[in-house]
Design a protein around this ligand. Structure first.
Ligand code: WT7
Length: 655
């Protein structure tokens, strides 16, 4: 959705009347009680101080909050170590034998890793980082498959005070390089490769490709995962060799509450991704608090499974930091949900008796398409709570999740948040909230959000507008790495001193919040943010392309699909059109990564532009979604849309 049609779509009153109150049994045992809202409301800062006490602080903070919009500090003067809070504390308090991770590789290899095991590895890895000259304040790039070593690497960085920048393993060499340069990383931690869709894919060669350019990377630490042949140079070090020679002891030093913990890149409205920057005390506080209350975690008995990769914020907050601080037992799985069969996730739920499952609407819709026979083949009775994240969940998918996966017996938490918010902001509380299919319902205790109109005035019930956050929260981003102006411009310039989330939302007649999608030129593909501009610049970097316009078109499975309109350069014949289109799709994958591959590319003679030269994406979306083209009277050349509709040379593809 874009600005242009925000009004229409959000003010269409939804007719969803179903509501699901918590069962008495669930409510009786729930971590969250109704009074928690009142408690947070009464004294917000005291409430957050209480949440911060979940952590072990070597030095307590002297003041809670310093808010000079748009800059925030939380728990000022406090000192703590993130890795100590995730690991040492559990071992010291006698929980060393508890399983931290049940790891399942895609080929079926498994590992059971206790808190004591994880701590031992993290200590050795921290010593290895120190041996490689990594110091507090440095940046380390992590480019890994979804294997336990990814978490070990993150925690070892945190342990020595180096900020990690995890780059999802699906990104290309160019994307990796851009992120290495932007953060000025001096070490890359990677693996030879990983397993996906039944085969080994390579990562190390991508790192080698990226490092052909000049960077300040001194070493590459390589986990042996697949055993693939890989080129080797002087800067490369095998992980297993480096760790084997380390002293098993490592004492974690406390760092300031505002010490950088990580940078995580996300797409914005320009071609250059933003390095979202998070610090320690506030981030960990909110990650731990939300994980315990929103997922109702009972660490002694639950098995928690968040299906996200550590390359995304969800993997940071709800695979690594939140669950480990809370002493959770988790499942992590390397591969895809359809390998070797479409019941793989359900098979693992049965095998590990998963009780809490947190996944994305795109996967839920994919399961619906595959058919009920896959979940029905397995015993899913261990499940007691289900979560959803990444994009709006449509009521049909929500109901299917509830009935088929949850056996009508599990509360569903639809959790809204962002890379920038660091942790969950809007969600039902299980055992407290009566949920409506498709709504994230309300801000969690301690958080304040509003839906406002163009003037920044709060809309009334039954109406739509922009989602804003009007009070600072502990896990708030502290900035965009190295780009302060961009930080102010993107989040704080639309409305004075209000954080602009970039999402449209509406309030229903009961005041429940319904998220409606992005209002900027950011697409949401399978719950991942991709900028239209980024894909456009990848396309025009191909020699055959003169101009490109990209839109996110509705897609039944992925939420949105990338549809590109391109004008070819003069003299490039569109002969064998299909071949060129495939080449362009592959070119985008090479430039950005496979996740950004357009679903469809249409070669056109002209693009619809206003007199000021702005591309009217709304009209292109009409074409991409096979609708009658809307009002095009503001076009510089009113005939363009007719030309496009008539002369379409479409290239649809399945992968
Ligand atoms: C954008 C943030 C938060 C982790 C995953 C994505 C959309 C996220 C929901 C939800 C409706 C949602 C928003 C948001 N989004 N969760 N429950 N309902 N929309 O993180 O890549 O930073 O993307 O994802 O549009 O702005 P991200």
């Amino acid at each position: 959705m874009s600005n242009e049609n925000l009004g229409d779509s959000v003010e269409n009153l939804l007719t969803e009347n179903r509501t699901f109150p918590p069962s008495a049994e669930f409510a009786a045992q729930a971590n969250a009680k109704p009074e928690i809202y009142e408690e947070a409301e009464r004294d917000r800062l005291a409430f957050w101080e209480k949440q911060a006490r979940r952590l072990h602080w070597d030095t307590e903070w002297s003041s809670v909050l310093d808010w000079k919009p748009p800059y925030v500090k939380w728990f000022i003067g406090g000192k703590l170590n993130a890795s100590y809070n995730c690991l040492d504390r559990h071992v010291i308090e006698g929980r060393g034998n508890r399983v931290a991770f049940h790891f399942e590789g895609e080929p079926g290899d498994t590992r059971t890793i206790t808190y004591a095991d994880l701590l031992a590895d993290v200590k050795k890895c921290a010593n290895a980082l120190t041996e490689l000259g990594i110091k507090a304040g440095d940046r380390v790039a992590i480019y890994m498959p979804m294997i336990p070593e990814a978490a070990v690497a993150m925690l070892a960085c945190a342990r020595v005070g180096a900020a990690h920048s995890v780059i999802f393993g699906g990104f290309s060499a160019d994307s990796l390089l851009a992120r290495i340069l932007d953060a000025d990383a001096t070490l890359v931690i990677t693996a030879d490769g990983g397993f996906r869709k039944g085969a080994a894919f390579a990562l190390k060669p991508v790192v080698d490709e990226a490092l052909k350019s000049k960077t300040n990377v001194r070493n590459v630490l390589v986990v042996k995962r697949t055993g693939q042949e890989t080129a080797w140079s002087e800067r490369d070090i095998w992980w297993h060799e480096a760790l084997a020679r380390q002293n098993p002891e490592h004492v974690a030093q406390p760092f300031d509450s505002e010490h950088p913990l990580f940078i995580l890149y996300t797409s914005g409205t320009t071609a250059k991704p933003k390095g979202i920057f998070h610090t320690t005390g506030g981030y960990l506080t909110q990650a731990a608090y939300t994980h315990q209350n929103v997922f109702d975690l009972k660490p002694e008995s639950d098995v928690f499974w968040c299906t996200a990769d550590v390359g995304w914020i969800t993997g940071h907050s709800y695979v690594v930091y939140g669950p480990l601080i809370n002493g959770a037992t988790q499942v992590i799985y390397e591969g895809t949900p359809d390998t070797p069969h479409k019941g793989r996730i359900f098979e693992l739920v049965e095998k590990y008796k998963v009780s809490i499952l947190y996944t994305a609407p795109t996967l839920i819709r994919t399961w619906m398409k595959w058919g009920d026979e896959f979940p029905n083949k397995y015993n899913l009775k261990s499940l007691r709570l289900l979560g959803s994240v990444g994009e709006p969940i449509n009521p049909e998918a929500w109901m299917w999740y509830r009935e088929v996966i949850g056996n009508n017996n599990c509360p569903i938490v639809d959790t809204w948040w962002q890379t920038e918010t660091g942790a969950i902001m809007i969600s039902p509380l299980p055992g407290v909230t009566a949920t409506k299919p498709g709504s994230a319902m309300a801000t969690i205790p301690g958080i304040s959000a509003k839906v406002v109109d163009d003037e920044g005035i709060e809309v009334s019930k039954g109406r739509g507008g922009y989602l804003i956050l009007d009070k600072p929260w502990p896990s708030m981003l502290r900035g965009v790495w190295g780009e302060d102006e961009r930080y102010k411009e993107t989040y704080w310039s639309r409305f004075k001193d209000l954080y602009f989330a970039g999402d449209g939302a509406k309030l229903d007649n009961d005041g429940a919040i319904w998220l409606m999608g992005r209002v900027d030129d950011v697409m949401n593909i399978s719950g991942h943010r991709i900028s239209t501009t980024e894909v456009e610049s990848a396309l025009v970097s191909h020699e055959a392309v003169a101009e490109a316009a990209v839109v996110g078109a509705n897609d039944e499975i992925t939420g949105q699909g990338i549809v590109a309109f391109v004008i070819l350069r003069g003299g490039i014949p569109n002969v064998g059109g299909e071949e060129l289109i495939q080449e362009l799709r592959n070119h985008v994958a090479k430039e950005i990564g496979a996740i950004a591959k357009p679903r469809q590319i249409m070669v056109v003679a002209e693009l619809p532009k206003t007199r000021s030269g702005k591309i009217m994406r709304r009209l292109l979306r009409d074409v991409a979604e096979n609708r009658a083209v809307g009002d095009s009277t503001t076009l510089a050349d009113p005939n363009v849309m007719k030309l496009i509709s008539e002369g379409l040379n479409s290239g649809k593809s399945e992968d």
